[in-house]
Design a protein around this ligand. Structure first.
Ligand code: MBD
Ligand code: FE
Length: 309
């Protein structure tokens, strides 16, 4: 038995009533979106003969997802966040915007409020015996290669366990460990002195991993470092780079890897003079090129709920 009722007047009237589509009250944009999404859900139930048990399993899953606070994590894992990037990339292509450092997803683990330093920031506050020193440095430019003074580079990444401060399930990290912000001088240069991160894994008991298990997927990311880069007169860049050589580099559960975002890791000595925990350290040079405003506006600023400390 697979009753087809979606196209009946009764069901279409129900969708119109549930989203208050015929009335002037409420938010018109919200009503339009919800009507479409609810219609697509109803249609899928009809087409796939989704059972009541399956519907209630899904409803219950949403409750669990909320209790776990993982809706934004699931959005990354389902490729929804990557999809928004694909659309912004395409919008840029259509607008003839080129030459900037490629964007990639923000992810759910940014925390606002890291102390802003001039030129250089030491990001590792807590000891992490399993992580070696890492220097990340480069220059912020416009798309013509001109260094940008007064640009702000924000950086955040995981520790040697793949955990981020503020979200660490072991409670081991202090506020803003492995989180930094630097303002560039006239040379446009920024530098972060930190520790080598390890890839993130979804909480094994969480709702996101539960869903991934049902898909036969893992919930891991290769080692990576996140950035926001802002400068007057330019669009905010949200990006990451990957640590080259990570076995998961092309098997990221959040689909954030891009060819242009895998800089070489170089072995260096002289870390003691920089105050690093060992004289031997790794260095990643990574320059950021920012695109200009579009008709005077930053059309790629994303508003979303973010943690702050
Ligand atoms: C991360 O560290 C991350 O960057 C993303 C996108 C999702 C989960 C954890
Ligand atoms: Fe991350």
């Amino acid at each position: 038995m697979n009753p087809k009722v979606f196209d009946t007047k009764e069901v279409q009237d129900l969708l119109t009533a549930a989203t208050n589509l015929a009335a002037a009250d409420g938010n018109a944009r919200f009503k339009q979106i919800l009507h479409r999404l609810l219609s697509d859900l109803f249609k899928a139930i009809d087409d796939l003969d989704i059972t009541p048990d399956e519907v209630w399993a899904g409803v219950n899953y949403l409750n669990q997802l909320g209790r776990d606070g993982e809706a934004a994590l699931l959005a990354a894992g389902l490729g929804l966040e990557k999809y928004l990037d694909i659309r912004m990339d395409h919008a840029d292509r259509l607008a003839g915007i080129a030459g900037g450092t490629p964007r990639t997803i923000e992810g759910p683990l940014y925390v606002a409020g890291a102390p802003l330093r001039e030129g250089v920031s030491r990001m590792d506050i807590d000891p992490d015996p399993d992580a070696g020193p890492l220097v990340i440095r480069g220059v912020v430019t416009d798309t013509a290669g001109k260094p940008l003074q007064g640009a702000v580079v924000e950086c955040w990444h995981a520790n040697s366990k793949g955990f981020y401060s503020h979200f660490d399930p072991t409670g081991a990290q202090t506020a803003f460990n492995l989180r930094g912000a630097v303002k560039t001088g006239p040379d446009g240069r920024y530098e972060f002195r930190t520790l080598m991160p390890v890839g993130y894994g979804c909480p094994p008991q969480g709702a996101t991993q539960q869903l991934l298990n049902a898909l036969g997927r893992h919930g891991n990311r290769p080692a990576h470092v996140h950035f926001f880069v802002t400068a007057d007169g330019h669009r905010k860049l949200t990006t990451q780079f990957n640590i080259e050589g990570d076995p998961l580099i092309w098997d990221d559960f959040a689909y954030a890897t891009r060819e242009e975002l895998i800089p070489p890791v170089v072995e260096k000595t002289g870390g003691s003079a920089l105050g690093l925990k060992e004289d031997s350290y790794k260095e990643i040079e990574f320059d950021f090129a920012l695109t200009g405003l579009v008709q005077g506006k930053d059309n790629q600023v994303v508003h979303r709920l973010r943690a702050s400390a």
